[in-house]
Design a protein around this ligand. Structure first.
Ligand code: FHN
Length: 501
């Protein structure tokens, strides 16, 4: 690990990111197994697909997640009583327990479908907003852990057709976003709290095995149905795959993944779908990615590019601390600002990932005013800095304390999150690099910036330095991007006598 990356603290615009370096896969560098084992149910696709679908995935940059379902009706409370502290998250409100939970709550929840009639739902409005925000893919909850299907599935009566609304919501979303040129991924929860054939533990008795086999076939049927109904989609986003029951079905899930991929060429499936025969999830027991991209960065981000280990990935993020479904009350909690989200977006892009912002529409299908504002502000910023977001990939330039680098060929982009008080943005360039900053400009308006070679001659220093001078008159209250043209240096750094001590 490069010494510059040993720090346990990354400082970005005052946002202290404490990274506890352990070897668990989400809190530190991937720990490779000491010895390899024979694995029959490991990866089905190569970890670095080069087909058009995966190339598109890598260029998405920004995605939108939408969690919508019956949980949007209560909005994390019921008759004025908050479920905060009683349910793990707003979309988990069916599991509300403890002293605040309403009497017969699960019965109440399981009958909410009778009133689901989102009068303001307009998939085209959602899709237009996502387009203006700059999202290039979206992930939509077809069915969350409560088992309620937002499409008229043939395999369960607990679906949108049984509601006063009746119409196929998934179809409207897929059609509207596809029409806007935004790729659609369908979120699908495997676990179903209210399905009598679902069990979290490994099926043991013949009766349990019979029931769970029925559940597996039901799952397969619904997934094949989704691919039949909505052939425009680009991927399946699986969730609720952590229970022992699903993990024990590794032969079934291996075969199901092959079947889904054969049925839908180019289909993209993340690492959360299944596990190998030893129970290893996301990565098999030999450390190989199980799926087309690393799907574990949920409400967390890699602390360092090395942690990615060359895999594709995305980070999905809530605006509140947690809570993916609609919450009526955002008071008393920190909700991420546009600046927070832009920083995470550009940090993700600097490490070759995509960043996905979650929206939780209310029971009528309306986004919150705060979500509308974030979408508009994010879109305005991306429109002014699009090349840095969509074309830029990881750069080998040394990490900058001013922000994040992304790079495309000889164009280096620095997203400045921390503006230096002296307005001198100093770029460290290893003396071994063949290309150095030769010109610079503000990406948002093309304003040229002066570039000076500041060869400080520090003893033993592997770097030389190029200073980009920001005009004092250039004022901004938001991150900005400097586009830096790289080229051959006007002159090489002089060789100085080593200091003698
Ligand atoms: O339990 C779910 C949660 O409700 C939400 O859907 C997130 C985002 O995908 N996934 C699981 C929690 O990790």
């Amino acid at each position: 690990m490069k010494s510059s990356r040993k720090a346990g603290v990354l400082l970005f615009s005052g946002m202290m990111i404490f990274t506890v370096f352990a070897n668990a896969q989400w809190t530190g560098p991937k720990k490779k197994p000491d010895s390899l084992r024979t694995i029959q149910y490991g990866p089905i696709t190569s970890a670095h697909r080069t087909d058009a679908a995966m190339q598109a995935f890598r260029s998405y940059g920004l995605g939108q997640f939408i969690h919508w379902g019956l949980y949007a009706i209560p909005g994390n409370e019921w008759k004025g009583v908050s479920a905060r502290g009683g349910a793990a998250a707003s979309e988990w409100i069916r599991s509300w327990g403890g002293p605040t939970a309403p009497k017969d709550w699960k019965h109440i929840y399981d009958n909410l479908y009778r009133q689901f009639n989102p009068k303001d739902f307009d998939a085209k409005r959602w899709a237009k907003q996502a387009k203006e925000m700059g999202a290039r893919y979206m992930i939509f909850t077809t069915k969350h852990h409560d088992g309620f299907a937002l499409w008229p599935t043939k395999y369960s009566d607990y679906n949108i057709a049984a509601t006063p609304y009746k119409k196929d919501i998934v179809k409207q979303v897929v059609d509207a976003y596809t029409a806007e040129g935004i790729d659609v991924y369908l979120y699908f929860s495997v676990l179903e709290w209210n399905n009598p054939n679902y069990m979290s533990g490994t099926p043991k008795t013949p009766e349990e095995k019979k029931r769970f086999d029925q559940f597996l076939q039901y799952t397969r049927n619904q997934l094949l149905e989704l691919l039949d109904n909505y052939p425009q989609i680009k991927g399946l986003w699986f969730d609720g795959t952590w229970d022992a029951s699903w993990k024990s079905a590794y032969v079934f899930t291996y075969q199901l993944e092959k079947e889904l991929r054969d049925k839908h060429p180019g289909l993209i499936i993340g690492s959360r779908f299944r596990n190998d025969e030893f129970g290893a999830r996301h990565f098999d027991s030999n450390g190989r990615l199980l799926g087309d991209y690393e799907q574990g960065w949920e409400r967390k981000m890699p602390g360092d590019f090395d942690w990615i280990d060359g895999n594709d990935w995305d980070c999905v993020m809530t605006i509140p601390p947690n809570g993916w479904g609609y919450m009526k009350d955002w008071s008393g909690i920190y909700t991420k600002t546009t600046d927070d989200l832009l920083e995470m977006l550009m940090r993700s892009r600097s490490m070759n990932g995509n960043f996905v912002i979650n929206f939780g529409p209310d029971g009528n299908g309306r986004m919150r005013p705060e979500e509308n504002r974030i979408a508009a502000e994010t879109g305005a910023w991306i429109r002014s800095n699009a090349p840095a977001v969509y074309e830029g990939r990881h750069s080998d330039f040394p990490l900058s304390g001013y922000g994040c680098f992304t790079q495309k060929d000889s164009m280096l982009y620095l997203t400045v999150l921390n503006r230096p008080v002296n307005n001198i943005v100093r770029i460290a360039v290893p003396k071994s690099f063949k290309q150095v900053p030769v010109a610079a400009a503000l990406l948002q308006n093309g304003g040229r910036l002066e570039v000076k070679h500041s060869d400080m001659g520090l003893d033993l220093d592997k770097n030389t330095y190029y200073d980009i001078l920001l005009p004092v008159a250039f004022r901004t209250t938001r991150a900005f991007v400097i586009s830096i043209q790289l080229g051959a240096p006007a002159k090489k750094s002089g060789k100085l006598m080593d200091a003698k001590m």
